[in-house]
Ligand binder design. Structure first.
Ligand code: AMP
Ligand code: MG
Length: 391
């Protein structure tokens, strides 16, 4: 039996083949989940002007404590245009422009208002004033290249006056599900048939990072495989499920070779998902995932998601491990890195019952994969482990 490739080497081999995709301009409204191809620079000082952080009165600290005449009001978006004299104050709202000369804002809760004057206690210079550019200065970097754009990042860009950004092109993924036994949910199962679930899994798992197109599932037939895989290989990433093991109906490797794919590895020292195939044709990456649904779930996190991130130039493509502690003992495998489906709560990770690689319904209760390194014996409860979060 030929030796299995260590998992770390397999991940490195995938990332070594990634050629980053080009960039395109994307409006903020369409940029969720995208990756910046260039640093994004602020179009403004933020805040753009000295701004009050409180509802209260703008004044000169040197005039306090004392009774000050209220000579106007500065509202958000409606600055007061007068000139503040000695012994005077201006009512001010949160986010409104602090008038020139004023150097402090006293909150409304701390004054006594009488007719057209306020009695104020002693104030420090600069109190409750947000300085222009205090968050970011005009022309400064809001987010560096390689940033992944989530809600907070998009809000930062919007606040900095950036309407659109240069993003890596979204990877195009074509998915080919193989297996004569597969039927769609809603259809009647005939003897020996099962419901197809990998296509659903792959599309849902990857749609945040890629444009995923599912091709029609194919039977275990060479001509059908060849035609469909040829189409899949037109994408940036071709993904297959099933048919990649050693059985007589496992056709993906041979068909891929016939279509000019260079095999980079086949069979990795990982459980589940050992018979995974990785190859390239030109810049296209081919991942041949085994058919068992849990093998697909794990293979997507270990190989495919990091590749999709790397294609977009993410600084840290992953797989992204986080530390946790085991809730109960776990047996190690001397030959393979093991990933258990588990519940993560408060940093403690508890492997689920039902760890066989066909048990996708059991796996649906998991929110994390626990990484168990190759080794002898078992890890005790409380031992530190690494986990990958499932979304
Ligand atoms: P294979 O890798 O083709 O030998 O498939 C391994 C196991 O996964 C078999 O029990 C298949 O029936 C099952 N399987 C393959 N493809 C799918 C799929 N798309 N959805 C659900 N189960 C599958
Ligand atoms: Mg099959």
């Amino acid at each position: 039996m030929d030796a299995l490739l260590p998992l770390e080497d397999a991940i490195a081999a995938v990332l070594a083949e990634v050629r980053p995709l080009g960039a395109e301009r994307v409006a903020l409204a369409d940029a969720l989940g995208r990756v910046l191809a260039e640093p994004a620079l602020s179009a403004t000082d933020l805040p753009p002007f000295p701004s009050s952080s409180m509802d209260g009165f703008a004044l000169r600290a040197a005039d306090t404590p004392g009774v000050l005449a209220v000579v106007g009001h500065s509202a958000a978006g409606v600055p007061w245009t007068g000139e503040l004299g000695a012994g005077q104050a201006v009512g001010i709202a949160t986010g409104a422009v602090v008038p020139a000369v004023a150097d402090a804002v006293i909150p409304i809760e701390r004054v006594v208002v009488k007719d057209n004057s306020v009695e104020v206690e002693a104030c420090e210079r600069g109190a409750n004033i947000r300085l222009p550019g205090g968050d970011v200065e005009r022309g400064a970097v809001v987010l560096p290249a390689g940033s992944e754009l989530g809600a907070a990042q998009l809000a930062a860009l919007a606040a900095a006056g950036v309407p659109a950004v240069a993003c890596a092109r979204r990877p195009r993924v074509r998915v080919l599900v193989t297996g004569t036994e597969l039927r769609a949910a809603g259809e009647e199962l005939r003897p020996g048939e099962i419901y197809e679930s990998n296509g659903t899994l792959i599309r849902a798992a990857l749609s945040g990072e890629a444009d995923v197109e599912l091709l029609a599932p194919v039977r275990d037939d060479e001509a059908a495989h060849t035609e469909a895989l040829a189409r899949a290989l037109e994408a940036d990433v071709a993904l297959t499920s099933g048919g990649v093991s050693v059985g007589p109906h496992d056709l993906v490797r041979a068909v891929a070779a016939g279509l000019g794919v260079t095999e980079r590895f086949w069979r990795v020292a990982v459980k589940p998902g050992k018979p995974v195939l990785f190859g390239t044709r030109g810049h296209t990456l081919l991942f041949g995932l085994p058919g068992n649904p849990v093998s697909v779930l794990v293979g997507l996190e270990l190989f495919v998601r990091p590749a999709l991130r790397a294609l977009q130039g993410t600084a840290d493509p992953g797989p992204r491990f986080e530390p946790a502690r085991l809730a109960r003992p776990a047996r190690l495998d001397p030959a393979r890195t093991v990933f258990l489906r588990a519940r993560l709560e408060d940093g403690v990770v508890d492997p689920l019952s039902g760890q066989e690689s066909h048990m996708i319904v059991r796996a649906a209760a998991a929110n994390a994969l626990v990484h168990l390194p190759r080794g002898e014996g078992e890890l005790a409860a409380g031992e530190p482990v690494r986990i990958i979060r499932l979304r």
